[in-house]
Design a protein around this ligand. Structure first.
Ligand code: SF4
Length: 441
């Protein structure tokens, strides 16, 4: 039996794509192995959102320069972005395929097995979404479920529309079927995935929008939690918040990337919303009956970002009081509109702004997390940290809580574990990025 190894870089979409690739390969008679050394086929599912991520992949490829016994494949965003240029830079690579072509993987494998040493899958013309009848998930309790692929926006800094193709939604019937199958297989938490998950539009006659799809998934018997990521402010409507308000199965956490607090910068980024429009959406969440945690993405140092623009971002953090942010320095990406801007910033200045933004947010998180002390939170247990001898779980608001358990302080040798169970935990301590406590037993 042929053996394959796969390593995944980047976002949850990539992580879930890898799960689907694994199922496809296994269905074609391959078996997965834990190290590249054991494998005949070594695959890297890549991310090109930032230059650093891309360089990491090329560094990995170097390891196989002299290993003629292996076929090395580059999948994902770097594959789509660089295409056949990868063969020039890394001549030992045998397969280059973007995510829009994964449904053709079985045919590509046939070509590889027939001895073709340069196989590509780079078409973005597909109307298909990459669906497999049953997808292997890494976690036995929590599953990703793709509802929409690709992106039809054109943010000035982003390669995704070029690497993942235009938006393509799945029919609601196929989404419901997969969700029900997951519940039947024991999964209790589902995360609906899409580059812009809330741009979902059911292509079948039913024509459901995202808020309605969300409501209906929340009604599936046996499902305990539903999450979704990532949302785009342009398509974010109040009905999504109303849906969360109406059903506790829908987790009360919304990740809504703002990128900048300055309308002028948002305009140059081609984000299609203003600071005020974004803040109106935040108001819907703050006025909800349930306590919704809000997280976001921030880019600092976008070309032309003045000191006043940057200050506007800091003021926005104060106004929203996010529970967490993911912040990045702007990184130039090939073929993106932002490359044409004249006023690019030095790396040094970008780093200075990143440090300020992160410290600013840290100060916001300290009191926000401290407010949890004394509260009892229901967590889905995710794992066990041997170093701290604590269990780890997430509450509905996506906050990780580390905790002790008086009856089962650690997983047992016979495999008995708390993983996958829902437990109440009293929070006793907090930090800027952490909560910890004791299970209520
Ligand atoms: S919405 Fe913008 S940032 Fe998000 S994937 Fe599309 S182009 Fe990229």
């Amino acid at each position: 039996m042929k053996k394959f190894y796969i390593e995944t870089f980047g976002c949850q979409m990539n992580a879930h794509d890898s799960e689907k690739v694994i199922v496809t390969l296994t269905g074609e008679g391959y078996s997965q192995v834990a190290t590249p050394d054991e494998a005949d086929l070594v695959l890297y599912n890549t991310c090109s959102i930032r230059d650093k991520a891309e360089q990491k992949v090329y560094a990995r490829l170097q390891d196989f320069k002299k290993r003629k016994d292996k076929i090395v494949g580059v999948l994902g965003c770097v594959a789509q972005q660089e295409g056949e240029k990868i063969f020039e830079r890394a001549p030992h690579v045998g397969l280059v395929a973007g995510s829009a072509s994964y449904n053709l993987l079985p045919q590509m494998l046939v070509q590889i097995e027939a001895g073709n040493r340069r196989v590509t899958g780079l078409s973005l013309d597909t109307d298909d979404t990459f669906e497999v009848p049953y997808t292997k998930r890494d976690n036995p309790h929590k599953a990703f479920l793709t509802i929409i692929e690709g992106c039809s926006k054109s943010c000035a800094y982003c390669v995704v529309p070029m690497t993942r193709g235009p938006e393509r939604s799945r029919t609601s019937a196929s989404v419901f079927e997969e969700a029900r199958n997951l519940v039947a297989d024991g999964y209790s938490e589902i995360t609906l995935l899409g580059q812009n998950v809330n741009s979902y539009r059911d292509p079948s006659e039913a024509g459901l929008d995202f808020a309605t799809l969300l409501r209906e998934i929340g009604e599936i018997d046996g499902l305990k939690r539903v999450r979704f990521t990532t949302s785009h402010p342009r398509d974010f409507v109040k009905e999504i918040v109303d849906a969360i308000d109406s059903n506790p199965v829908l987790c009360n956490h919304i990740h809504l990337p703002v990128q900048s607090g300055s309308t002028a910068v948002l305009d140059r980024m081609q984000r299609l919303y203003t600071r005020d429009e974004y803040l109106r959406q935040i108001e819907w969440m703050k006025n909800a009956k349930r306590e919704i945690t809000i997280t976001s993405d921030i880019i600092v140092g976008f070309p032309g970002e003045t000191e006043a623009d940057f200050e506007s971002t800091l003021r926005l953090l104060d106004e929203v009081e996010y529970d967490a942010i993911f912040s990045f320095k702007y990184s130039q990406r090939p073929n993106t509109p932002a490359l044409q801007y004249a006023d690019h910033m030095t790396e040094e200045e970008k780093s200075r702004r990143l440090t300020i933004v992160q410290e600013h947010q840290r100060q916001i998180q300290i009191p926000r997390n401290a407010a949890y002390i004394g509260r009892v939170e229901e967590v889905l247990v995710d794992g066990y940290n041997k170093a701290t001898q604590q269990w780890l779980g997430k509450n509905t608001q996506h906050k990780t809580i580390a905790f002790g358990h008086a009856v089962m302080p650690a997983p047992k040798d016979d495999g008995t574990t708390l993983e996958g169970s829902y437990l109440n935990v009293r929070v006793t301590r907090s930090g800027p990025n952490s909560l910890s406590g004791e299970a209520v037993v």
